[in-house]
Design a protein around this ligand. Sequence first.
Ligand SMILES: Cc1cc2nc3c(=O)[nH]c(=O)nc-3n(C[C@H](O)[C@H](O)[C@H](O)COP(=O)(O)OP(=O)(O)OC[C@H]3O[C@@H](n4cnc5c(N)ncnc54)[C@H](O)[C@@H]3O)c2cc1C
Length: 478
Amino acid sequence: MTTRPTIVWFRNDLRITDQPALIAAAERGPVVPVFIWAPEEEAPWEPGGASRWWLHHSLESLQQQLESCGARLILRQGESLATLQQLIEETDADAVMWCRRYEPVVIRRDKQIKTQLADSGVHVESFNGSLLHEPWTIETKQEDPYTVFTPFWKRCLAAETDREPGKGFRKIAGPDTWPESTPLKQLGLLPKIRWDRAFYDEWDVGAPAAEKRLRRFLKERLKDYKEDRNRIDIEGYSKLSPHLHFGEISPRQIWQATQEAMDGKNELHKGGDHFLSEVGWREFAHHLLFHFPHTTEQPLREKFEDFPWSTSRKRLQAWQRGQTGYPIVDAAMRGLWTTGFMANRARMVVASFLTKDLLIPWQEGARWFWDTLVDADLANNTLGWQWTAGCGADAAPYFRIFNPTSQASKFDPQGDFIRRWVPELSKLDGNDLYEPWNADEDTLRQANVALDNDYPDRLVDHSEARNAALEAYEEIKG
Ligand SMILES: Cc1cc2nc3c(=O)[nH]c(=O)nc-3n(C[C@H](O)[C@H](O)[C@H](O)COP(=O)(O)OP(=O)(O)OC[C@H]3O[C@@H](n4cnc5c(N)ncnc54)[C@H](O)[C@@H]3O)c2cc1C
């Protein structure tokens, strides 16, 4: 044990259970937990509006968790290296520890910080706090990175790794005197214009809420997860993604809790194994981001660089605002704006619509999601957009163009989701609700819908748009 404190630099690991940097620091002696707000260091992917909202509440929760153990969270704003150096001086700390992140610019920054601090005689250590398998530990027989999910996940499942979560804390020793902390409010993470009101009904932020959500999901949803995860109208999935992104819960905790839930219950294996394989897609996304860092901006499949994209701002804005005239697309986009979330199936439908029906570059969609999703995550978002656009790893073949009508009738079979978010169509039923442009005039009149007035007429005709997309693809197919 040392009497000099260790700084634990919290980042996307906002929990005190299974937090390897905190565990290692506490084993050395007193701990100074720190969070530094330096968004410009993550440019061009500084946290978006919805992420900032989540971060504010997650930091508030972490403060409470640490205080319940007799510790504090020191908040600071400013350049990370200079702030850490300043804190080392103020607290006489002789070590700094953190959990690793995998975004290209963050890796670069962290390497520099590690070198600079180590050169000045500070002990620096980083840990794996957010993945089951770090990207460089999984490779093909030819020692290459994987670009196809199934063999990647098989390899992960066979790999030797410690999936046991680390401990939690009741007491954390602190320094004799605590350094000053910037008030959370002063970080300015909450929006000035209050678009976030519905977020408060939708979300409970922080590690205790994440654990509760996991337990409830395992108890109530795991059995039918494989089928229900695709539904847009019911919550058949875990909604753990923002908690995972901010590290309020670790994949090790999820792994262990899911295994325990399945233990001795054969009927849960189908859902449980599938759920864990989705956590595997998250691992795969991080693997790809680490090995192909340019893919946040450029397609993995290079020929897509020459794709004849449209530059129409009008089309992009109609999509962003949920005004495309396709009810399932509009419902999902409006729901995203209001709640900060969208079900995976709906993400695929709206992303296919933007990139294939409207021919807008996937990067535009990725940017909008980045700002509006509470779970915006550079690895998962990049993979999701490139996969749907057909230009990424293990991507959907380009000719797989989602038909918004059949997707809606299959995954929102009663139309409840559409009615919730597109109330102007709520009196329509069946196919008229999915395709109001095909409804006869009497039906529309009785439902109080004047197309192009109460609700937009469709921006494009899906079958014509589909043909145009396939023709555009022919141009680059080679
Ligand atoms: C266009 C597009 C953009 C996306 N952007 C993001 C994003 O910014 N952040 C994000 O976390 N996910 C993103 N995804 C993946 C996926 O839609 C979400 O992770 C999932 O919907 C979150 O809901 P859940 O927590 O209920 O998932 P569950 O079905 O309960 O799955 C459990 C966990 O597994 C992971 N996961 C599930 N599906 C995927 C997937 N396809 N790819 C990677 N990880 C997955 C998530 O961490 C999720 O929390 C995107 C998908 C698409 C098609």
